[in-house]
Ligand binder design. Structure first.
Ligand code: SAM
Length: 255
């Protein structure tokens, strides 16, 4: 039996950060070498101790599956706004009684509990690190207001002293690479006033079989620190022995 998906059903197609178009091809693209899920989860478990963990923008559950195998005793939750992505996750994760899924937008999600650790890898927020340049944060939420709403919701789901980990990606450039079934995956980037638009394509012999566009907002490092500080998250340089995430600690003075 697939895992039940909590939250509202349907009605999210076309929302900011919606991955419906890509969902049927997502696993194919990601497991053709785009992300290394074992390393990502190693970085989470090696550097953090937690009894409960929340993934923001869990997609098809590729990280949650690896986490469930390594942490069978942990209370694990995944939130995502794309129903088609979560349906794949619910099939994938059916043998994990300690994993739950919820279909909600991060801007207003409510799970009625707090977690020791929250993380997002390629999910709603992530960092781009390009050589010695300062990291900058990328958000699937283009509106400034939505970022405030989302971070306020995340803060209200993390225990005091708990951590928020945001994944690191390499430089953003136009990109083209064959995937394991021979199709060609590509990304094209267009700068915008507050960030960039990214077009994703999958093509089979010149014919486009999938196209998706996301409008991202970006924040410089100093802007990111100021934004996160408003919600009680302070940069935790001590936690950065890992190469895959930048860590923030929920301060004692925050709610
Ligand atoms: C690139 S995928 C990453 C999935 C997963 N973390 C992984 O590593 O495979 C980004 C995910 O973030 C989700 N997402 C984007 N905006 C969101 C929002 N506002 N609320 C919740 N999820 C969101 C998308 O639906 C998508 O599944």
């Amino acid at each position: 039996m697939p895992l039940p998906i909590m939250g509202v059903s349907g009605g999210v197609v076309g929302e900011m950060g919606d991955y419906t178009n890509m969902s049927a091809y997502y696993d194919l693209i990601m497991t053709s070498g785009y992300y290394d899920y074992q390393k990502i989860v190693e970085n989470i478990t090696r550097n953090n101790s937690f009894g409960s963990v929340l993934e923001i923008g869990c997609g098809t559950g590729l990280i949650l599956e690896e986490l469930g195998q390594r942490q069978p005793g942990a209370d694990i939750m995944g939130v995502d706004l794309t129903e088609a992505m979560l349906s794949i996750a619910s099939e994938r994760l059916q043998q994990f009684p300690n994993i739950s899924l919820s279909l909600q937008n991060v801007t207003n999600f409510d799970l009625k509990k707090r977690y020791d650790l929250a993380f997002s890898y390629g999910g709603v927020w992530y960092f781009v690190v390009d050589g010695d340049n300062e990291p900058f944060m990328v958000s699937h939420l283009y509106q400034e207001e939505s970022n405030h709403q989302g971070l306020a919701r995340v803060a209200s789901h993390v225990n005091t002293g708990g951590r928020l980990l945001l994944g690191i990606q390499g430089p953003h450039r136009d990109y083209e690479k064959p995937v394991s079934n021979g199709m060609l995956y590509s990304q094209k980037i267009e700068p915008t006033e507050h960030g960039f638009i990214k077009h994703y394509y999958l093509a089979e012999r010149e014919e486009v079989v999938m196209a998706q566009t996301i409008n991202y907002r970006t924040y410089r490092w100093s802007e990111t620190l100021a934004l996160l500080a408003q919600y009680g998250f302070e940069h935790d340089a001590d936690a950065e022995k890992c190469s895959h995430f930048i860590a923030f600690k929920k301060s004692v003075s925050a709610q």
